[in-house]
Ligand binder design. Sequence first.
Ligand SMILES: [Zn+2]
Length: 164
Amino acid sequence: MASASDLMTLSWRIKERADFTTVEFSGEIDKNTDFSELSTRLQGHVVFHLQQVHRINSCGVREWVNFVRELPNVEELTFSHCSPAIVAQLNMIYNFRGAAKLRSFYAPYICDTCNIEVTKLLDIETSFPNRGENEPPEFNCERCSKPLEFDDLPDHYLAFLAEA
Ligand SMILES: [Zn+2]
């Protein structure tokens, strides 16, 4: 079992592939997050997998913004599987993504009939062919087959797409 402090600290797992590198982040970004070793190690085309980043506090935002701005050997950066916490920062912090391209993110849906929340992974290119229109794709509930409702204000949650 991981202890509470282990769960909070940000960790990452690096997977080297033939022509790109994936970094899977997990945990919480705060003032104790030290990216210095990672920033010099990464090179070429890098994909950040951000599904497991659950929280970022204001000190963490500062660390992150400096990190993505100073990646000396990274030629191309992509954010993939952005968690709702990452989406919130993309909407609030102008330079949170640095030069990164955005590939996909998680969005909250709800079924009023079954009273369940469902998180859907949305690929930006296929789900939002017309950027800035902020029309979330439609899904049906897997239990009752009725349409799911988007569980946030689309203009708010999807605002970052205008710059993606
Ligand atoms: Zn349902």
